[in-house]
Design a protein around this ligand. Structure first.
Ligand code: ZN
Length: 241
């Protein structure tokens, strides 16, 4: 069984890195805005695709619509970590897992107890004033006016997430590359690896334990040393038993 093999590899590895995508969060009830349903709902409600609303240009031009979408489609403050999040936190505690690299912006890895989390696309939990740089937490945005404004200077307070057309934080990216290139095992989960920079990052892995856990097939299946086409929460639940 592939899950038995994964379990065995984890037991024999001491420098595991996990790379995760939207699929890790969907099992916590956070829908993938890039998934078919997400695109359909966004187009029918706003007349444009999610990538358009979540672009830098659109944000600057139509902040009211951006924040409306943001609050209705991206913010899930009540979401709870699932078995995958908890298992990864536990593996870190045991000293086996060195980093979680995630494309998600929902803070669920930290909620589960993970310490070294590299958030490639930023986080909804940090917000800052575009004018003076003052920082605000998520509640300020949730409870504030439609377009949240800085209490000090009235500038727009935006989430510290990477919008389309914006570049990734270079420090986070270089850390991710370092962890991946030094890993003896790389587990990739909940992503089809279609979104930049996921595919490129996987190429930095030098080892022979590349594991892909994803419901559907990915463009990297042929490169993987182990493939499990199942829900990631279910897989980790079995592993940790
Ligand atoms: Zn300000």
């Amino acid at each position: 069984m592939n899950i038995e093999k994964l379990k065995e590899w984890i037991e024999n590895s001491g420098n595991i890195v996990f790379f995760g995508g939207a699929g890790v969060s969907t099992e916590s009830g956070i829908p993938d805005f890039r998934g078919e349903a997400g695109i359909y709902k966004t187009v029918s409600e706003y007349g444009v695709r999610p990538e358009t609303i979540l672009s830098h240009t659109f944000f600057m031009k139509e902040p009211e619509i951006f924040f409306d979408y943001y609050k209705n489609f991206l913010l899930y403050p009540d979401a709870k970590p699932n078995s995958a999040h908890y298992a990864l936190a536990e593996l870190e505690k045991r000293g086996k897992l060195k980093a979680v690299i995630t494309q998600n912006i929902d803070n669920l890895h930290q909620k589960a107890g993970s310490k070294n989390v590299l958030e490639l696309h930023g986080t909804l939990y940090r917000n800052y004033c575009m004018k003076c740089g003052a920082e605000y937490d998520i509640n300020f945005v949730i409870n504030g006016e439609n377009v949240p404004k800085c209490k000090k200077c009235a500038g727009i307070v935006r989430p510290d997430v990477v919008l389309y057309e914006e570049s990734l934080n270079s420090d986070t990216l270089s850390k991710a590359i370092r962890f991946i290139s030094e890993a003896d095992m790389l587990i990739v989960g909940g992503t089809s690896l279609a979104v930049y920079p996921a595919a490129g990052l996987i190429n930095y892995y030098n080892g022979n334990r590349l594991v892909l856990i994803n419901k559907g097939t990915t463009g990297f299946d042929s490169r993987a040393d182990l493939i499990i086409h199942r829900n990631i929460g279910e897989v980790f639940e079995k592993i940790m038993k």
